[in-house]
Design a protein around this ligand. Structure first.
Ligand code: AMP
Ligand code: ZN
Length: 134
């Protein structure tokens, strides 16, 4: 298996492990966006968010909820971003699903999610198309 995160799970690659249980592992990101940047991933290999069984997603979210409190306290941050890069276009580099917990600090110069303005009719069209599928 060539997957880096599977190798970490197997203990074949080192990591700065902060937590593990039967189904999950969490470790420091090797190139942290900010100090305390943590990745939470399942021990089993799943490509991305939608490929991952929903019960495992629940476990990941519960762990992220628990760990985010510890991580932010440990590095002296109050706030954090929690997210997934799902797919190449969204910036996913490692094809083994994982949540990022990124502690945030005042004036840390990160500016995620620049907003666009869409016309009202386009917003309504998008809303309608999504609602047909949910
Ligand atoms: P993503 O772009 O969402 O797939 O995120 C992958 C993340 O994994 C990046 O932030 C990398 O810095 C991080 N990363 C890559 N290799 C390792 C590694 N060996 N140990 C810890 N983090 C890693
Ligand atoms: Zn893997």
């Amino acid at each position: 298996m060539e997957c880096i995160f599977c190798k970490i799970v197997e203990g074949d690659l080192p990591c700065y492990k902060i937590y593990e249980d039967k189904r999950l592992i969490a470790f420091l990101d090797i190139n942290p966006v900010n100090k305390g940047h943590v990745l939470v991933c399942p021990k089993d290999h799943y490509l991305n968010f939608l490929d991952t069984p929903v019960d495992l997603i629940k476990d990941l979210i519960v762990a992220a909820h628990y760990l985010a409190a510890a991580v932010t306290e440990a590095v002296g941050a109050k706030d954090f971003n929690l997210g997934i890069n799902n797919g190449k276009i969204a910036g996913q580099m490692i094809d083994h699903v994982h949540f990022h917990i990124i502690p945030r600090f005042t004036n840390d110069n990160l500016h995620p999610w620049p907003g666009k303005t869409l016309a009202d009719d386009e917003m309504k069209r998008i809303m309608g198309n999504i609602k047909k599928l949910v």
